[in-house]
Write a protein of this length. Structure first.
Length: 248
């Protein structure tokens, strides 16, 4: 699903359903379902509420989906695929790995504060997927994707700061996902920015401690030691050997 399917609420828009093809109807209903779930939870996401949010007649629902469960399955799968990054990795001159991680997590928090409805909906969808044996695999895939995106972010952060991870990046990616989950849920509950920022600093410091900075890497700190050279003999020693008819 493209990002447009998860954009702002639809209510108040006037549409002519007869002129919409099946894909357009499906996309509109998915978008409406996401909004309803964010506001009312899965239990409140009835077909009546979803079609009302979409500005469509209730009878038109089954032209797009066979059931509410099919719509929810489509929504979960598409919402997971719409995730494109774990952290926004940017660097400035002489930034440390910890600084980069703090900046990335702070940007994540800014996105959460700007659109808390989206994360509420994602939490609802994850819990729904886990409870249903038919959709549990989607929740597993969701977290596999989160960890993959986290791994990419960590690799980019290390590369841009010249650092080297000392443990498998997949292990760190799983920790980063767990940390962002905790950060998300805690902020949605109490909206305490001071506590959230302290959590960000703790997470960044903990992750950065598992890496070796550029200046500490043996191949970078002392490049002259990387390829030890054989000491050159003095001119006097060379002349003495030549005088005795020796070589080398």
């Amino acid at each position: 699903m493209t990002q447009s399917a998860l954009e702002a609420p639809l209510r108040g828009e006037v549409i002519v359903v007869a002129h919409m093809n099946v894909q357009e109807r499906r996309a509109r209903l998915v978008r409406a379902a996401f909004t309803v779930i964010a506001e009312r939870g899965i239990a409140g996401a009835t077909t009546r509420a979803i079609t009302a949010e979409a500005g469509m007649a209730l009878a038109s629902f089954h032209y797009a989906f066979a059931s509410r469960d099919e719509l929810l399955t489509t929504l979960i799968a598409d919402a997971v695929e719409s995730e494109t990054s774990a952290l926004e990795v940017t660097t400035r001159d002489h930034a440390s790995l910890e600084d980069v991680l703090v900046a990335g997590l702070s940007a994540y928090l800014d996105g959460l504060k700007a659109d808390p409805h989206r994360e509420r909906a994602m939490l609802e969808l994850t819990q729904h997927a886990v409870r249903d044996p038919d959709t549990r695999a989607l929740a597993v895939r969701q977290y596999e994707r989160y960890r993959m995106l986290a791994r990419r972010s960590l690799e980019a952060a290390a590369d841009r700061t010249g650092s080297e991870w000392l443990v498998p990046v997949d292990e760190l990616a799983a920790q980063l996902v767990a940390l962002t989950d905790g950060l998300t849920l805690a902020w949605l509950v109490d909206e305490d920015e001071v506590r959230a920022e302290a959590t960000i600093r703790f997470a960044a410091r903990s992750l950065a401690s598992r890496a070796r900075p550029e200046r500490a890497r043996p191949d970078r700190a002392h490049p002259d030691r990387a390829r030890p050279e054989r000491a050159r003999p003095s001119r006097e020693a060379v002349a003495d050997r030549e005088g005795r008819g020796e070589r080398g």
